[in-house]
Design a binder for this molecule. Structure first.
Ligand SMILES: Cc1cc2nc3c(=O)[nH]c(=O)nc-3n(C[C@H](O)[C@H](O)[C@H](O)COP(=O)(O)O)c2cc1C
Length: 209
């Protein structure tokens, strides 16, 4: 059982990374071999629209042909039993590098066939983790259900965990902005974020079981 975790925050030690680490601990508790990859360390692009993945008889049929740091990881994702992707919400969506990853996973799987055929024959379970400033994850229901639906179409069963009203800075006094209730944030971090991490742990465990 192999579970790959991808951290889609440029910050390697903050909310998204912590949630992901917990999810991978859960997978590991269920006996999985885990690996954590920080997207920020990789040099890769989104889909380049070369269509090599769809070319009849082509050597990259059903696989991404783009030669960059994501090439090898995409192969490993498709061979893994589960993949867990953790991302902050940036302007109502995932950060650009996470979107690049999504395109690279999704597009080679998409066959332009009326029957909706998928090039991937093996199922890979998916965990999606979102962290955000927003106090209510349902604000992003449309975004999240669109990602979930697309992963279910191309890879397999997809579970989602969110952490809301995350602590964004160690010290709010150092930064401009009065829109945050800092006391509420700190309390949330101490009392509720550990529960979010626990839910991420359970999700990782379930994905690996
Ligand atoms: C560029 C940028 C854009 C953001 N946009 C949103 C947003 O649209 N909605 C939201 O709820 N939070 C937004 N946030 C807050 C982050 O999603 C939140 O702090 C997240 O937990 C950060 O993840 P990290 O700690 O793993 O880096 C934004 C943060 C940044 C840096």
């Amino acid at each position: 059982m192999k579970v790959i975790g991808l951290n889609g925050s440029p910050r390697k030690n903050w909310n998204s990374a912590i949630m992901l680490e917990n999810a991978l601990k859960g997978a590991s508790a269920a006996g999985a071999e885990t690996e954590l990859i920080h997207l920020i360390d990789l040099n890769f692009s989104g889909c380049r629209s070369c269509f090599a993945c769809k070319r009849k008889g082509g050597k990259s049929f059903g696989r991404c042909a783009v030669q960059d740091d994501m090439k090898d990881i995409l192969g490993r994702i498709l061979e893994a039993d589960a993949v867990i992707i953790s991302a902050p919400v940036y302007f109502g969506d995932v950060p650009g590098m996470v979107r690049n990853l999504f395109e690279r996973i999704w597009f080679p799987g998409l066959m332009y066939q009326k029957d909706g055929a998928c090039a991937y024959t093996k199922k890979v379970k998916v965990g999606l983790i979102y962290t955000m400033n927003c106090p209510d994850e349902h604000f992003y229901d449309q975004l999240i259900s669109s990602h979930k639906g697309t992963f279910e179409r191309f890879l397999g069963e997809t579970k989602v965990v969110c952490a809301t009203e995350t602590l964004q800075f160690d010290n709010y006094d150092l930064y401009v902005g009065d829109m945050f209730n800092v006391e509420r944030r700190k309390e949330k971090r101490e009392k509720e974020f550990p529960q979010d991490c626990e839910r991420a742990f359970r999700m990782g465990k379930e994905l690996a079981e």
